[in-house]
Design a protein around this ligand. Structure first.
Ligand SMILES: *Cc1c(COP(=O)(O)O)cnc(C)c1O
Length: 229
């Protein structure tokens, strides 16, 4: 067994108490590992390479919800638009417009999370305040996407005080955005802002304490990743 089923059950129990959804992050892992996880009952999987995601989607059961969690290039949206369940990493206006366009082509509505830049030290992808404001202006014209919430990645750090500060910052921005959408109803937010995607293997418990509703966990479940394969 390459999947840690004990850990899986432990995490599932904790998440059910706090009403949090688990995304099993399976990037770089072979099909067999995902099948094992599927047999345990897991249906939400997260990937961050387009080609790998498309390949896995064709080989695995159709009732899997595929989450795109990484940095997505606009010219690759078309490959995942037919089936993707939720795009977590929307980090530019241009990308959001392209997702809307490809969703329309596929005659569907694609659910998205806006990725906020929250890490204080490292440069990670994500929107800043002015970009959020620009997106707010354009949202009424986008009818084939739905913004369901926010996603963020904290600093990769042992300093849990700092990580906590970043999570709380994201939660505050999430709450403010929720209030704004209530005051400005439109297609793109009509389903309500309900998802806060934050927390990974190293910080998911802290993320839940800070209000996360969706955690993205890879190495705790599948073991460390080997990028040399
Ligand atoms: C790889 C990845 C994860 C999972 O990381 P682990 O530390 O293995 O749990 C979560 N979110 C994103 C965006 C990732 O790229």
């Amino acid at each position: 067994m390459s999947v840690n089923s004990l850990k899986y059950n432990e995490i599932i129990q904790l998440l059910s108490i706090s009403n949090t959804t688990l995304i099993a992050v399976s990037k770089t892992k072979p099909i067999e590992d995902l099948q094992e996880m599927y047999a345990l009952g897991q249906r939400d999987f997260g990937e961050n390479y387009v080609q790998e995601l498309v390949d896995k989607e064709t080989k695995l059961p159709k009732d899997i919800h595929w989450h795109f969690i990484g940095h997505l290039q606009s010219n690759k949206v078309k490959y995942i638009a037919p089936f993707v369940h939720l795009i977590h990493g929307v980090d530019s206006l241009k990308l959001l417009q392209e997702i809307n366009k490809q969703a329309l082509k596929n005659n569907r509505t694609i659910d998205c999370l806006l990725q906020l830049h929250i890490a204080e030290e490292e440069t990670k992808f994500g929107l800043d305040q002015s970009e959020i404001e620009a997106i707010k202006l354009i949202l009424p014209t986008l009818h084939n996407i739905r913004i369901l919430g926010f996603m963020g990645m904290a600093s990769f750090s042992e300093n849990m005080v700092k990580v906590k500060r970043e999570f709380i910052h994201l939660k505050n921005e999430f709450d403010l955005f929720k209030i704004w959408t209530n005051q400005n109803p439109m297609d793109a937010t009509s389903n309500g802002i309900s998802i806060l995607s934050m927390g990974m293997s190293g910080d998911y418990q802290l993320a839940i304490e800070c209000g996360s509703t969706m955690v993205r966990i890879g190495s705790l479940l599948f073991g460390a990743r080997d990028y040399n394969k």
